[in-house]
Design a protein around this ligand. Structure first.
Ligand code: SIN
Length: 477
């Protein structure tokens, strides 16, 4: 039986070596974990054609058959939880406990969509004349291109592939070049689960812009789903416009986390640690700006700093580590640039503020950060807490919404009236009210403004891979 850790791409049921390879590196040590097939655009093209050919029969498959394919995949993923988690940690640097959690989280999308596939209901609508019967049906859109990021090498794959398969679509998956091994391991498990040839294809390679161009412009692809930066999302959106593809974009964020003076401070600190430090701050929903009411600023910042000081940094494979390395030098440079800029503009370092070694950055807390800093405007994507002060609820909402992004937002308050007011006023696709954990397969994940288009997870996540058709049945005379 094929091992889970493979170095070849997967096209039309074949494992493809490619003309040359690229290195997948463990960010914690800098050592090469694997050399993986570096495909050319011509091979991406053949993956698209294979997916298109497979779609002609897969679109007519029974929904129960597709649900069964997903259920078997789900079972195999959980059976190989430890092995998959180790691959995630090796290629992304994520602490192993988080990788194990990611396998559960990722698998939950597979089970969710296996079940939801049976519920892609249409409806009947009263017609304009008694002789007319109007109904709607939902049909899988066709070949899907899925471009996934390195920060959740497993869950972002399942969040796209599972609904696509549930809808009767076929997929060309392009995982991030930093973390292709998890996606390939998932393809091994899909093969073992008996998925028909060509239904899932995984194209690996270094040429992200060339592959992105092919996947966003090839007319055989009817749907593009991308998770990554806003700048790349904008390019893909423009390219996909040429043949009017349906798109889903999960892009960058600049999440605010508001702590009101009536909040339970202990609960807010606990939520803050999760919402900020999951995957060492490298998530799109990571808090970027903590907005803290003046009267409790010192208390909250002290308790949060104490909690940050307890975080254990190290190689993800070492048992109780909570903070791993950043993904690469560019990631580290950005974090350093943001901290230097904030300190230069008057911020105080309460803890951290330096590189430990290699790609490890010390968990950091910055107080009294000003509004003109980089950290206030751009996603830091690292283990840095930046604390801003506010006086009134109106000011907090104005500060929170003062960004072109609108993915996640969080706030803590024990005043139920305030909770409704603020939840409605925040310009974000996701609002955590007294809650730092906001990701769940049954909930619609996605952003507004420049954070993206479309939703993933939930029943809305299935609709992203379906077309709505309206049928008008007349009597014929
Ligand atoms: C992301 O950071 O892109 C996804 C985070 C999540 O699903 O919770």
């Amino acid at each position: 039986m094929r091992k889970l850790k493979v170095d070849k791409a997967y096209i039309n049921g074949q494992w493809i070596a490619g003309a040359d390879t690229f290195d997948v590196v463990d960010p914690a040590t800098g050592s090469v974990v694997e050399k993986v097939a570096n495909l050319r655009i011509a091979e991406v093209h053949s993956a698209i054609e294979a997916a298109h050919t497979a779609w002609s029969s897969f679109k007519a498959s029974d929904v129960m058959q597709r649900a069964a394919l997903l259920e078997t995949w789900y079972r195999l993923i959980l059976e190989h939880k430890q092995e998959l988690a180790e691959i995630i940690t090796l290629e992304s640097g994520k602490p192993l406990t988080e990788s194990l959690g990611e396998v559960d989280y990722g698998a939950s999308f597979v089970l969710w969509f296996a079940e939801e596939s049976k519920r892609s209901y249409g409806e009947t609508i009263p017609g304009p004349r008694a002789s007319n019967k109007i109904l709607t049906i939902k049909q899988g859109i066709g070949v899907v291109a899925a471009i996934t990021p390195w920060n959740f090498p497993l869950a972002m794959v399942t969040r796209k592939v599972a609904p696509a398969i549930a809808a009767g679509c076929t997929v060309v998956l392009r995982p991030a070049s930093q973390t292709p091994l998890t996606a390939l391991a998932l393809a091994v498990l899909a093969e073992r689960a008996g998925w028909p040839v060509g239904v899932l294809n995984v194209v690996t390679g270094k040429d992200s812009s060339g592959m992105g161009h092919e996947l966003s412009t090839n007319p055989l692809i009817r749907k593009l789903s991308f998770t990554g930066s806003t700048s790349v999302g904008k390019i893909l959106m423009k390219q996909a416009a040429d043949n009017v593809k349906k798109i889903s974009l999960e892009l960058g964020g600049n999440a605010p986390f508001i702590v009101f003076e009536d909040a339970d401070i202990e609960a807010a600190v606990e939520g803050a640690i999760y919402a900020k430090f999951r995957n060492s701050g490298q998530t799109c929903v990571a808090v970027n700006r903590f907005l803290v009411q003046d009267s409790i600023f010192d208390q909250f910042s002290q308790q949060l700093t104490d909690a940050v000081n307890r975080l254990k940094v190290g190689h993800g494979m070492d048992g109780d580590v909570q903070i791993g390395p950043l993904i690469n030098q560019n990631g580290l440079d950005k974090v350093q640039e943001h901290v230097t800029d904030a300190v230069g503009k008057g911020a105080r370092i309460l803890t951290g503020g330096k590189v430990i070694e290699g790609l490890f950055y010390a968990p950091t807390v910055l107080a009294d950060v000003s509004a003109d800093t980089l950290i206030a405007k751009e996603e830091t994507f690292g283990p840095v807490v930046s604390l801003f002060r506010f006086k009134t609820e109106e000011e907090a909402i104005q500060m929170a919404n003062n960004t072109e992004f609108g993915l996640a937002s969080y706030f803590y308050s024990n005043d139920v009236h305030r909770c409704w007011r603020v939840a409605e006023a925040l310009e974000a696709g996701i609002v955590g009210v007294n809650e730092g954990r906001i990701s769940f397969a049954g909930a619609p994940f996605g952003g507004i403004k420049e954070s993206g288009v479309g939703r993933e997870g939930s029943r809305y996540g299935l609709d992203e891979y379906m077309e709505l058709k309206y049928i008008n049945f007349g009597r014929g005379k």
